[in-house]
Design a protein around this ligand. Sequence first.
Ligand SMILES: Cc1cc2nc3c(=O)[nH]c(=O)nc-3n(C[C@H](O)[C@H](O)[C@H](O)COP(=O)(O)OP(=O)(O)OC[C@H]3O[C@@H](n4cnc5c(N)ncnc54)[C@H](O)[C@@H]3O)c2cc1C
Length: 387
Amino acid sequence: MSQKKMVDVIVIGVGSMGSSACYHLAKRGVNVLGLEQFEAPHDLGSHSGQSRIIRKAYGEDTDYVPLLIKAYQNWETLEQETQTKLYYQTGLLYLCAPHNQYLNNIKCASKAFNIEVNTISKESLNSKYPQFVIPHNFEHILEPQSGFLRPELCITKLIEQAILRGASIKMHEKVLSWEQHQGMIRVKTDQDLYYASKLIITAGPWASQLIPTLKPHLKVIKQMIAWVKPKSWEQFRLGNFPCWILNDLNLYGYGFPALPNETFGTPLGMKVALHQYQTGSDFNPDTKDRRVHQTELDLLIHFMKQFIPEGFKEILQSKTCLYTNTLDSNFIIDHLEGYDKNVAIAAGFSGHGFKFVSVIGDILADLILEKSTKYPIKFLNASRFKR
Ligand SMILES: Cc1cc2nc3c(=O)[nH]c(=O)nc-3n(C[C@H](O)[C@H](O)[C@H](O)COP(=O)(O)OP(=O)(O)OC[C@H]3O[C@@H](n4cnc5c(N)ncnc54)[C@H](O)[C@@H]3O)c2cc1C
């Protein structure tokens, strides 16, 4: 066996979670090889689209908050190490129909972890954020220490920092199979064979191709995002407009301020989307046809005209991106059963994983090197679906 092809840890999939795993392993002095089928970042997985919301008073489940506290710290460290701005604090406005459980959870998380969230009266909403036209019985709260990350730049910087610390990252190399072989892990790609003591699989929408036992627990769905031209730019530009989430029971929309092209590149426009978690059939991520259908655009246009009428003049561009959903919308971060804790997996990020990227690499490095982690991730174990 060639020494060149034997490493401590192989990471399959160098997208969001995999780039972070490579970075954290390299930071700990581990000889790591990352294998990526495309050129990351790319727009065929789950991480493309210019921006990702990051927030701390977590409405999905307060168990995520300790992870988020560390994620914020780790993003800041990466910004300092790379002298690059990755996080933009815009504040996040939640606009929700009454008796909304999600909003109650946010308030509980805020109380339990002392995270600032401010209730906004109808009057101050109208004066501070006249861009929104909201039913009179809606509740509004603002989480000031929220904003967005630049996903493609985050991944680029994680990969760059991993390489600078000695990681080897091979792009355009697809993993075809892996197995335990004579006490080691053997990984076969479309170009070569590699051996390692340990393996991390962070394959996003392709996870169940590499881990067939996950297949019944994961569903990949297409999500549409669009960049729109507002009727006037000024009131929607970065600095004048926050990130927002609007939940009216039937629809869950979210959006970002319009970002200047000189800093953020294309697409031009203000990014808006509907979080359609429940809809869509299981999508094969190898399908190259990612066209957006007019019916999806029509739903978004209707939503914008109803709630942010000045924000919509026309659609400038639209794209699709993939969610990999679990049955309970919680992530799976665990050892893979049957490999004596030598294989770790992170999958099923269910449309809300990016903000955690900076901490999940750290957790995966713990799991694979120490066989356990100090982070409270029991609620993300893989065996919960077997019960
Ligand atoms: C439209 C949309 C909006 C979102 N908004 C937010 C948001 O606002 N906030 C937030 O926190 N999260 C958000 N998310 C979720 C977040 O982006 C994802 O949870 C996260 O990117 C998932 O990361 P991943 O590493 O699992 O997948 P990916 O980033 O797709 O990485 C998986 C990688 O594995 C590679 N790979 C797979 N199979 C192989 C193989 N056989 N060989 C080699 N390489 C392989 C793939 O090419 C890919 O690069 C959003 C997602 C979408 C789609």
